[in-house]
Write a protein that binds this ligand. Structure first.
Ligand SMILES: Nc1ncnc2c1ncn2[C@@H]1O[C@H](COP(=O)(O)OP(=O)(O)OP(=O)(O)O)[C@@H](O)[C@H]1O
Length: 242
């Protein structure tokens, strides 16, 4: 069973046809990096995978469940899919630990002491054990993003979606966040990552998808997409960014 299956996905905002027919599938443990020019619909595509956007046409299946079926419990479906955004969206008035434990406790997945124990383990995984009591304002951008990753992992998802997780970071902090993502990949997490970090995509992705103009123009293993791209638009994009 594919973890995610997308068929004929279209998304328009009024007369702006952003996604014009996307077909793709992601298998368990696959790491897929989505690259493409600004405005090509990468974030919109990712948001459609968690029903943060209503789609215009097509089907999106997550764990074989049609997430746009109005009869499903979308909040329940979203519990299996962690999402990390460019801007960390941490609760400023909660400390790190409470940022991580809040959702599992509120949603009744764990009691307070179980959630605390798991959060401390997650903080070890993102190398922030010493920041459990800190507030977001006391953290660097890279640390905040690592807390955001730990928070997403607290719901014990088996799919993680990342929307340009390093774009808002100072360059010296990019590596620490990519390092955590590499670690998740090595643990076998299924991940879709919209990114401008071509080096990371080349090194970590099992598959790279190049999106442009609302379509998947080209996809394949990184050595293929970066090493011998076939499409004129891929070639011209890569010439600009590499
Ligand atoms: N909520 C919205 N309402 C109207 N238009 C939107 C909305 N969200 C996105 N768009 C439009 O959809 C198009 C694609 O945007 P999207 O953010 O998906 O692109 P992107 O490839 O992720 O770009 P970037 O790399 O700059 O983040 C843009 O033209 C944008 O203006």
């Amino acid at each position: 069973m594919a973890k995610i299956r997308v068929e004929g996905l279209k998304k328009s905002f009024g007369s702006n046809h952003v996604l014009k027919g996307i077909d793709m599938q992601v298998e368990e443990g696959e790491v897929v990096c989505v690259i493409g020019p600004s405005g090509s619909g990468k974030s919109t595509f990712l948001r459609c995978l968690n029903r943060l956007e209503d789609i215009t046409a097509g089907k999106v299946y997550v764990h074989d469940q049609n997430i746009n079926d109005p009869s499903i419990d979308i909040n329940k479906a979203r519990e299996n899919v962690g999402m990390v955004f460019q801007h960390f969206n941490l609760f400023p008035h909660f400390n790190v630990l409470k940022n991580i434990t809040f959702a599992p406790v509120e949603l009744g997945k764990q009691n307070a002491s179980e959630a605390r124990a798991s959060a401390l383990k997650l903080l070890e995984r993102v190398d922030l054990s010493d920041k459990a009591e800190a507030f977001p304002s006391q953290l660097s951008g890279g640390q905040k993003q690592r807390v955001a990753i730990a928070r997403a992992l607290a719901m014990n998802p088996d799919i993680m979606l990342f929307d340009e997780p390093t774009s808002a970071l100072d360059p010296e902090m990019v590596g620490e966040v990519l390092g955590v993502m590499k670690y998740l990949a090595s643990e076998g997490m299924t991940m879709i990552i919209v990114t401008h970090e071509m080096g990371f995509a080349r090194e970590v992705a099992d598959r790279v998808i190049f999106m442009d103009g609302g379509y998947i123009v080209e996809e394949g293993p990184p050595e293929k997409v970066f090493g011998s791209p076939e499409h004129e638009r891929t070639i011209s994009f890569l010439e600009k960014v590499l």
